[in-house]
Ligand binder design. Structure first.
Ligand code: GLC
Length: 755
């Protein structure tokens, strides 16, 4: 290991160029961040990115010590040995690992694959063993972000690997999981900054884990591509990061309703029976999902001829009842002569290859299987075209699974050496699998997204993915993979989704009820209430576990689950308005308390409650047989949504939680748009009923449009003052009301001023 030094600097119009005996670096002012790219090979100076959407650069100045640019805090640089300070972040050194330590470094980077590290790929690592940036640590600092992780909200004190992994049966300390987001938010004394390591290699963040006074960001690739994102608040860091990596497209309205899924609806009849049961039990439903059961022998882009004989009719019949169909698309293509998807792909040389130029063959659901190389644009275009098969039958959304990619077995490789994925040395054009593994799922989702854009330009795409990299939100929603029907997994889903939120992924969810293991009715009931506030509200389970649809446990349980799902639909105007804000600004729907209350120290310590948008505080029940829980109310006044009681924060209270409600609090100064609890085809909400804070002035907003398609909608605003409400939106022919619940629990209507 040796420290990286720079000996010369030169200011070019939009780049500060540093050069040294072994490495060069470019410092650029981007619209939302400083970028520092350290590289050795000249061609890496123009390194491209899977995550960062724009390459715009701004003018900057440098006086030998401080780089300055408009709208960015100054960046203090030391050239030899290289170090920098940005806001509260001090990088104390950059170390180049030698060739000799490559194995150690890569093995360290791939912890889960230890100790049987596969042969090092010969390409892609020509220049040594990677780069390690050391950061000075401070006791008061907390860390958030990092995408989808186990554990609590604050990520300090552990070591995290960025490597998309099929993490079946994960538990409290499993790392890594399905997604890779090498993005970190540091916060101390309410001041925040962000760091994004734009490297797709299996990088590692050691956050004061090895020693308390130092953290390290390590990448085994030949470059270190770093973005430094200013705060001073977490909200601004998230806005900056989504400014760089993109915001999510506006989803179709139906995607924000309730979804039912299960691995193990074996035929069309069983799918219809589920839709019937929802209708019989008067439970609203927006989408039914078809898992791998629908395929003919796990051949992707097929329906089984006997079990799903007339898919158009099935999908059409569901659609008539207002229920959309989403189908699973796995990347593993059955290697079989005569199967058109395989034959076409082979003709195109679309599949990932061995260094010798043969197809990498293995097993996933399809056996034997080959894997399309989605990193190549022509392969994505081919794959996107294949989606017509489903889309022309009326399928409304695509579910991309197993796209880490997961492999149960690879021919010619002992199982323990594959780490459940493709060999690290497998070829993707010029790149090795080690380099592009982390963007395989992202590139697949990009194809699924583009497929829908092309096939139906007047509809909004819907893609759900399991694997992903920073920037995945531009193409897909994310779910947290195969959780289990455990109370601890219900609880853990909260910090997991909150950190995904902070990592730019505003639309995500965990399988409600838990995927594997048998759920109890109480667990599914409490989870359905929590899920009413997940951006993706989907009940999903494995075929080996007990049925857990909201009606599966009989009458006493159907009622509270119906209540939870109806509540979701009642809040749809609010959720849709938040979705539009996420699309415009990157602001997530699920927010940790500190996102809204950055000055409040207690807010940083709580993982099991969250804000849903700015106006609602949600405190789910996370344990069995609990009828009460402690709830922290941040500074300001709050109204118990159900009883009307007004409480003054900051303080702790004990909330009562019957099964047919979730502890929920309306924030002072806010009015939340609601409607009647049923699915609807357009996002023009009639009736539109604002629930306002009972005392003092309050404000609310609602975004309305066609609920699908490209026509821009309109944001209307409500202002309540002295018990008179002003609404600036269209009212013609529909009901607009403003209500309050008095602290005594009485419903009262406020006077609505004429337009
Ligand atoms: C994977 C997915 C799960 C799906 C199953 C069968 O385990 O994570 O959601 O049901 O495969 O397709």
């Amino acid at each position: 290991m040796h420290p990286v030094d720079f000996t010369h600097w030169r200011l070019e119009p939009r780049t500060l160029q540093l050069t040294g005996p072994t490495f060069s670096a470019r410092v650029e002012a981007r619209p939302h961040a400083w970028r520092i790219l350290v590289y050795q090979r000249p061609q890496d100076a123009e390194k491209s990115s899977w995550a960062v959407a724009s390459t715009q650069r701004r003018p900057l100045t440098f006086d030998g010590r401080t780089a300055r640019a408009p709208n960015l805090p100054p960046l203090e640089l030391t050239l030899a040995p290289f170090a920098f300070t940005f806001a509260e972040l001090s990088a104390t050194g950059l170390l180049a690992h030698e060739q000799a330590t490559w194995r150690t470094a890569a093995a360290a980077a791939l912890d889960p694959l230890k100790p049987t590290q596969p042969e090092p790929p010969t390409d892609g690592y020509p220049l040594g063993g990677g780069l390690e940036l050391r950061l000075a640590e401070r006791p008061a600092r907390r860390y958030f972000g990092l995408g989808e992780r186990t554990g609590f909200l604050d990520k300090k004190g552990r070591r995290y690997t960025h490597w998309n992994t099929d993490a079946l049966d994960h538990h409290e300390t499993t790392d890594p999981l399905y997604q890779a987001h090498p993005f970190l938010i540091g916060v101390e004394d309410g001041r925040a900054w962000g760091v994004f390591l734009d490297e797709t290699w299996p990088s590692v963040f050691d956050l004061a884990a090895t020693t308390p006074h130092q953290s390290a960001l390590f990448t085994p690739g030949p470059t270190l591509d770093l973005y430094l994102i200013p705060g001073p608040t977490v909200r601004e860091v998230v806005a900056g990061f989504t400014g760089l990596t993109g915001t999510p497209p506006l989803p179709p309205l139906w995607a924000l309703g309730f979804h039912q899924c299960r691995w193990g609806y074996p035929d069309a009849g069983s799918v219809r029976a589920v839709a019937d049961a929802f209708a019989t039990h008067d439970i609203p439903l927006s989408a039914l999902w078809l898992d791998i059961d629908h395929m003919d022998g796990y051949r992707v882009f097929t329906f089984h001829p006997a079990r799903f004989p007339e898919p158009e009719r099935l999908i059409g019949a569901l659609r008539e009842r207002g229920v959309r169909t989403v189908v699973i698309v796995d990347p593993g293509v059955k290697k079989e002569a005569g199967y058109p998807v395989y034959e076409d792909g082979k003709r195109l040389r679309a599949f990932v290859e061995t260094p010798r130029g043969d197809e990498v063959v293995g097993e996933v659901w399809a056996n034997p299987a080959v894997w399309p190389d989605f990193t190549r644009p022509e392969v994505r275009a081919w794959w996107a075209d294949l989606h017509r098969y489903y889309l022309e039958k009326g399928v409304a959304g695509i579910w991309n699974d197993m796209n880490e990619p997961s492999a149960f077995r690879i021919e010619g490789t002992p199982p323990q050496q594959t780490g459940k994925t493709l060999p690290l040395g497998a070829r993707h054009g010029k790149a090795s699998h080690a380099e592009v593994h982390n963007v395989y799922g992202l590139a697949m989702s990009q194809a699924a997204h583009e497929a829908q854009r092309r096939a139906a330009p007047t509809r909004r795409p819907f893609v759900l993915t399991r694997a992903g990299f920073a920037g995945i939100q531009r193409y897909a929603w994310v779910w947290t993979g195969d959780n289990q029907s455990h109370w601890s997994h219900l609880e853990m889903s909260i910090p997991m989704l909150l950190n995904l939120s902070l990592s730019g992924v505003a639309f995500a969810g965990a399988d409600i009820g838990g995927f594997s293991e048998d759920a109890t009715p109480e667990l599914v009931t409490r989870w359905t209430w929590l899920g009413a506030f997940y951006p993706l509200m989907r009940n999903h389970s494995s075929k080996t576990s007990r049925r857990q649809e909201p009606y599966a446990f009989g009458a006493p349980w159907t009622h509270p689950m119906r209540q939870a799902i109806r509540f979701r639909y009642q809040l749809l105007p609010y959720t849709y308005t938040l979705a539009e804000e996420a699309h415009r600004t990157g602001a997530p729907l699920m927010r940790p308390l500190f996102y809204e209350f950055p000055e409040d120290e207690t807010a940083y310590t709580l993982h099991d409650a969250f804000l849903y948008g700015p106006a609602l505080l949600v405190a789910p029940i996370t344990r069995p047989a609990q009828t009460h829980r402690a709830v922290y109310l941040p500074p300001g006044r709050w109204q118990d949504w159900w009883t009307g009681e007004v409480l003054e924060g900051p303080r702790w209270i004990v909330a009562e939680a019957p099964l047919d409600a979730i502890p929920l609090y309306l924030r002072e100064g806010h009015a939340v748009p609601t409607t009647t609890p049923e699915p609807r085809e357009t996002a023009r909400f009639d009736p539109l009923v604002f629930r306002a804070f009972p005392t003092g002035p309050s404000r609310g907003e609602v975004y309305e449009d066609d609920g699908d398609g490209p026509t821009p909608g309109r944001r209307s605003r409500l202002e309540v003052h002295d018990r008179t409400a002003r609404f600036d939106g269209p009212r013609a022919g529909r009901t607009v009301r403003v209500e309050v619940l008095t602290p005594e629990g009485e419903r009262a209507a406020l006077e609505l001023a004429p337009p």
